[in-house]
Ligand binder design. Structure first.
Ligand SMILES: *[C@@H]1O[C@H](CO)[C@@H](O)[C@H](O)[C@H]1NC(C)=O
Ligand SMILES: *[C@@H]1O[C@H](CO)[C@@H](O)[C@H](O)[C@H]1NC(C)=O
Ligand SMILES: *[C@@H]1O[C@H](CO)[C@@H](O)[C@H](O)[C@H]1NC(C)=O
Ligand SMILES: *[C@@H]1O[C@H](CO)[C@@H](O)[C@H](O)[C@H]1NC(C)=O
Ligand SMILES: *[C@@H]1O[C@H](CO)[C@@H](O)[C@H](O)[C@H]1NC(C)=O
Ligand SMILES: *[C@@H]1O[C@H](CO)[C@@H](O)[C@H](O)[C@H]1NC(C)=O
Ligand SMILES: *[C@@H]1O[C@H](CO)[C@@H](O)[C@H](O)[C@H]1NC(C)=O
Ligand SMILES: *[C@@H]1O[C@H](CO)[C@@H](O)[C@H](O)[C@H]1NC(C)=O
Ligand SMILES: *[C@@H]1O[C@H](CO)[C@@H](O)[C@H](O)[C@H]1NC(C)=O
Ligand SMILES: *[C@@H]1O[C@H](CO)[C@@H](O)[C@H](O)[C@H]1NC(C)=O
Ligand SMILES: [Fe+2]
Length: 582
């Protein structure tokens, strides 16, 4: 192939294509675009859209696709192998301490599982409050606004009520009626009925709950009102039931919410970023700044789908062992979620999603406390500030964005052959590209680690309130309930801790793999200007001081933190990773 003398000089100036030792560039005019287009075409020939390996969108294929997958798996194994060794040690110790748990015959005996255990995978123990306040209604409800914030929504005032609850009970609990709560914008709803009709595993059980929550006029607190099982005799439980019945109802909801959070997160984070990155690889030159940033944010990304298939979905693995719905059922559930809307790119933007669900700027009273929003927004804002500086160092105007053929090709590729859902049709201004890149950084960090990673063993999968399944069929009547009989036996407890331990990343804490270092990579920063490097340092400092604030958090005089009877720390940027790890 022929090069003009000018393009030879340009190639020399660019130095090695893979070293990152040059400045990233957007195409500098038509000739440059053609030059870069040759390499892009080579990539397109070798990096192709293959079938999904664990449900959801396409997965890389072709020689370059396979090489990229292998590289990601290698990087993932570097962290997963030592982590699994820690888990094995903790499990062996817990297994040899069986007498300590006194038979796990009562709810309280499940707390013994934590005494002197899990030193390697959960060095600081469960989130403060988990072992003391776990039966409180406010604990249960505030989880919907912190560590499991993606299933609840405010019911619009014009909604039909999804189900009715005895009026005198509603009145006793809330001092109001369902209709009045709805009209006041105080009624919230979470719906897991979609879990009802999927293939079930043996000897494990679940309801398919939907539930009401409400904002109390008296206390301003966000509290549970009613839980309906939708199976068997379709019982409706409320806080006026016997303590054991109501506790079981909260556990039944938690089983569904746990299944939802884990399947949802695959569709909402891994799969959305996966297809956006595949389209980018096939549209952007590796000299492009957006390629460089995405390459940083997608560290290990393609390793996860094969891992999910072999570790979670294959017959006889985690879902079959632990959950009420089989592995193949769970995989298809993820795909259905992805197609149903969870896989939508723009619709999932941080504030767009929360507004759509009426959790911010809703049609009703503002939530007094919303830990997920409060603390994710600190990180989200800082991410956006960095990305804006980075983007503006390459595009001086909206016009420059509009006339970047590679950037526009990314949008066309994503919406065309990649079949991404709700991806921007074009990038018409600086803000549009900043929004899209911020969203990807947000999905791989604040969203993912708020429901997964260390969050599982520290709160979302803690026992006795969060088993992966019930071990006795959903009751047909209330009264005479022994909650412990529904909880996992020791063998299943250990299996749950083992799977959840493998999701944790205790070895990343305080390292350059932590979220604080999201942009502070010498390789990535090598191609950026001074302003961008300053912004990366500023981001890191902001994350360090946010971490200090989180680590300094204590219960207030009412025994609460951010309005919850637990202290939620999953988004500590010195402990959460900067990318999807598992
Ligand atoms: C950054 O670029 C310099 C100058 O080209 C090079 O010597 C160095 O190895 C690069 N560093 C990294 C971490 O890529
Ligand atoms: C890249 O491939 C496309 C489609 O085959 C073609 O139209 C274009 O001319 C190619 N670009 C270069 C620089 O070879
Ligand atoms: C626990 O120990 C028993 C033997 O005491 C063994 O059969 C079982 O496989 C162990 N379970 C785990 C999860 O290590
Ligand atoms: C509601 O509260 C009143 C007064 O405490 C009590 O008599 C009544 O039984 C309660 N109703 C229900 C359904 O709990
Ligand atoms: C997808 O949407 C359909 C139609 O609303 C619904 O019946 C189904 O339960 C949804 N699937 C999941 C996994 O939520
Ligand atoms: C997995 O189990 C399903 C349902 O029992 C069965 O249809 C399928 O053939 C199994 N797959 C393999 C690879 O064994
Ligand atoms: C995190 O949330 C808490 C509770 O609302 C708030 O006090 C704190 O300022 C937030 N941290 C940051 C850095 O926004
Ligand atoms: C209560 O439950 C226990 C254990 O499940 C059972 O043995 C007993 O017969 C039940 N009592 C009543 C009155 O249903
Ligand atoms: C990280 O470092 C900080 C400050 O030195 C320390 O307080 C914290 O405990 C460390 N975290 C871990 C998990 O080692
Ligand atoms: C929650 O538990 C902590 C101890 O872990 C305690 O200090 C606090 O008072 C409890 N909060 C409530 C509301 O009971
Ligand atoms: Fe994940």
């Amino acid at each position: 192939m022929m090069h003009s003398p000018a393009s030879v000089i340009l190639l020399l100036l660019c130095g090695t294509r893979f070293g990152g030792a040059w400045g990233y560039t957007i195409p500098q005019g038509p000739a440059d675009a053609v030059r870069r287009g040759e390499a892009i075409n080579t990539t397109r020939a070798g990096f192709i859209y293959g079938p999904a390996v664990a449900g959801g969108p396409f997965y890389p294929s072709g020689p370059l696709g396979k090489a990229k997958v292998d590289g990601d798996i290698g990087n993932e194994q570097l962290e997963a192998v030592p982590n699994s060794a820690l888990v094995a040690k903790d499990i062996a110790r817990a297994n040899s301490s069986a007498e300590q748990y006194q038979g796990l015959d009562t709810l309280e005996e499940y707390l013994l599982l934590y005494q002197g255990q899990w030193a390697k995978t959960l060095p600081k123990g469960p989130a403060p409050g988990v072992l003391t306040n776990y039966t409180q209604d406010l604990f249960f409800s505030m989880e919907r606004l912190a560590n499991s914030a993606f299933s609840v929504r405010r019911l619009p005032r014009s909604s039909e009520l999804p189900f009715l609850v005895d009026g005198s009970i509603v009145s006793n609990v809330t001092g109001s009626s369902l209709q009045k709560l709805l009209k006041d914008g105080r009624l919230f709803y979470a719906d897991h009925r979609a879990q009802k009709s999927w293939p079930k595993t043996t000897n494990k059980f679940a309801a398919a709950c939907d539930a009401y929550f409400y904002v109390s006029k008296k206390s301003g607190q966000f509290l549970p009102l009613a839980i309906r099982t939708n199976v068997g005799s379709n019982l409706i439980y409320t806080p006026v039931d016997d303590a054991a019945d109501w506790t079981l109802a909260k556990i039944m909801f938690n089983v569904n919410d746990f299944f939802f959070a884990q399947t949802w997160h695959l569709a909402a984070t891994h799969e959305v970023v996966q297809i956006a990155w595949m389209a980018a690889i096939r549209a952007l030159s590796i000299e492009h700044p957006v390629y460089a940033l995405l390459n940083r944010l997608t560290y290990q990304l393609f390793a996860i789908q094969p891992l999910a298939q072999s570790f979670l979905f294959d017959n006889g693995t985690a879902f079959d062992t632990l959950f009420p719905i089989t592995g193949s059922g769970a995989r298809d559930f993820v795909t259905e979620l992805y197609i149903n809307g969870t896989g939508a790119f723009k619709d999932g933007y941080f504030e767009t999603d929360l507004k759509k669900r009426g959790l911010i700027h809703g049609d009703g009273p503002t939530l007094d406390h919303f830990p997920y929003y409060e603390n994710a927004s600190t990180i989200h804002k800082a991410i956006r500030n960095f990305i804006r500086t980075f983007v503006k160092s390459f595009y001086q105007s909206d016009r420059a964005v509009q006339s970047d053929p590679e950037l526009q090709a990314w949008a066309a590729e994503a919406n065309g052959p990649a079949k991404a859902i709700d991806f921007p049709n074009e990038f018409d201004c600086i803000d549009a590209i900043v929004d899209a890149l911020t969203h990807i950084a947000h999905l791989v960090s604040t969203v993912h680690h708020s429901v997964n990673t260390n969050n599982l063993i520290s709160i979302s999968a803690t026992l006795p309130m969060h088993p992966a399944s019930l071990y006795k069929p959903v009751p047909l009547t209330k009264g005479n309930t022994s909650v412990a009989q529904y909880l996992p036996p020791l063998r299943a407890v250990l299996a749950q801790f083992q799977v959840d331990g493998i999701f944790a990343r205790p070895l990343i804490a305080n390292s350059t793999r932590s979220l604080s270092y999201m942009f502070d990579s010498p390789t990535f920063l090598n191609g950026t200007n001074r302003e961008t490097r300053t912004a990366a340092a500023k981001f890191k400092e902001e994350m360090f001081s946010f971490s200090k604030e989180i680590q300094g958090r204590k219960f207030d005089k009412d025994g609460l933190s951010q309005g919850a009877p637990f202290i939620w720390k999953a988004l500590d940027p010195t402990e959460a990773p900067f990318s999807l790890t598992i």
